[in-house]
Design a protein around this ligand. Structure first.
Ligand SMILES: *Cc1c(COP(=O)(O)O)cnc(C)c1O
Length: 386
């Protein structure tokens, strides 16, 4: 379990958190070798989570693109409507193993808060979720869901009142309550060991892509595409394919216009430290963390997981940014061509995939990770259409 990815990663945290991070790493090392833990993770992933999710041939979207075949990895069908559950379940089981009765989490789009609340209810752990008040406004149905699932939602009123501020609030809570509380971090970000733990729980996506694509078309895909917020669905897609020849493409949020930074930390950021890790961070000229904006709350984050920073620098993966209006177009294509309402986050990846498909011969296969469903975004999409 690497502490660093090249020069990226590490654990830049206050002294009080060091024992908790060490305990988490110890627990995780023991759990992953424990057949009983692995059996319970697999069983609940299936019976509660709905795994394995299908690999779907998007025939009509392929015809629209007019080139390589486009296949969808259907993480939108996971319990709760997004890939977030894969990680929440794994860490919930780790919290129980550590004997910690309380979960805290941060959430942007609300998907991670919902996943954590579901897991907290199923495992009998008290759950409290920090969410920026701007995000609470943008994603009201998910706030309702969390409350109905028995979680307490704390509005965060500091900073821009979005995901970055919610992470800060959750970290402060953790520092105060570290003996009784597990911080269930929602993406492959933050201090070691979180990026590697989250990557491993999400790697179920890429492992299923591996066997499902062999079964569906007799080999691995030529290209996989995934959206990148903190980077957990993308790293889960990429990880099991790192040592293959499959091309890896990560898609960040380009925001509203060419001038805005969006939330594209890898395309437009510089190396720096945010939330305990050395990684690419969107910064202004003075090195202050820059404001981010995106039509999708789930991609609206100023940094990115450290492993992506390393994959970018080494060239093993490629990253690009897609704008709001192009993501909205891709949302409409998938809805009308395939009868699937995608979340706005993977709509960014879909747009990039269609563009790639156009340039490639019909014999090639592209797999896009459809990280979540679009129900939470209907209001935003309707407003954009007016
Ligand atoms: C949270 C979220 C994302 C972004 O998070 P990653 O950690 O980058 O995967 C993407 N898609 C959906 C549907 C989400 O809920």
């Amino acid at each position: 379990m690497p502490r660093r990815y090249g020069r990226y990663g590490g654990a830049y945290v206050p002294e009080t958190l060091v024992p908790a991070l060490e305990e988490l790493e110890r627990t995780w090392r023991a759990a992953r070798r424990d057949p009983a833990f692995r059996r319970e993770l697999a069983r609940r992933s299936t019976t509660l989570g709905g795994r394995p999710t299908p690999l779907y041939f998007a025939e009509n979207l392929t015809r629209r693109a007019g080139g390589a075949e486009i296949w969808l990895k259907r993480e939108d069908l996971v319990h709760g409507g997004a890939h977030k559950f894969n990680n929440a379940l794994g860490q919930g089981l780790l919290a129980r193993r550590m004997g910690k009765p309380r979960l805290i989490a941060e959430t942007g789009a609300g998907q991670h808060g919902v996943a954590t609340a579901m897991v907290g209810a199923a495992l009998g752990l008290r759950t409290e979720v920090y969410m920026g008040s701007v995000d609470m406004e943008r994603q009201r149905p998910n706030v309702e869901r969390m409350r109905l699932l028995g979680a307490e939602v704390h509005p965060v009123e500091s900073g821009l009142r979005t995901l970055k501020d919610a992470i800060g609030a959750a970290l402060r809570d953790w520092i105060e309550n570290v003996r009784t509380t597990h911080y269930l971090l929602g993406s492959a970000v933050g201090p070691h060991p979180f990026p590697s733990i989250v990557a491993e729980f999400q790697s179920v996506i890429g492992r299923e892509i591996r066997w499902q694509s062999r079964r569906a078309f007799g080999r691995l895909p030529d290209l996989v595409v995934a959206c990148v917020g903190g980077g957990s669905n993308a790293i889960g897609t990429f990880h099991p394919l790192l040592h293959s020849r499959v091309e890896l493409l990560g898609v960040e949020a380009g925001g509203a216009s060419a001038r805005s930074g969006g939330a594209a930390s890898l395309s437009r950021g510089r190396p720096g430290i945010l939330h305990g890790a050395f990684t690419y961070v969107l910064q202004d000229a003075d090195g202050q963390v820059a404001e981010t904006e995106s039509v999708s709350a789930g991609l609206d984050y100023a940094a990115v997981g450290p492993e992506h920073a390393w994959l970018r620098d080494t060239g093993r993966a490629r990253y690009l940014a897609v704008r709001d209006r192009d993501a909205l177009s891709a949302f409409g294509w998938l809805a009308r061509d395939e009868g699937i309402l995608p979340a706005l986050e993977p709509s960014h990846a879909l747009y990039a995939a269609v563009r790639e498909a156009r340039r490639r011969p019909r014999a090639q296969r592209i797999v896009v990770t459809l990280s979540g469903r679009g129900d939470k975004d209907l209001e935003v999409v309707a407003r954009a259409a007016r």
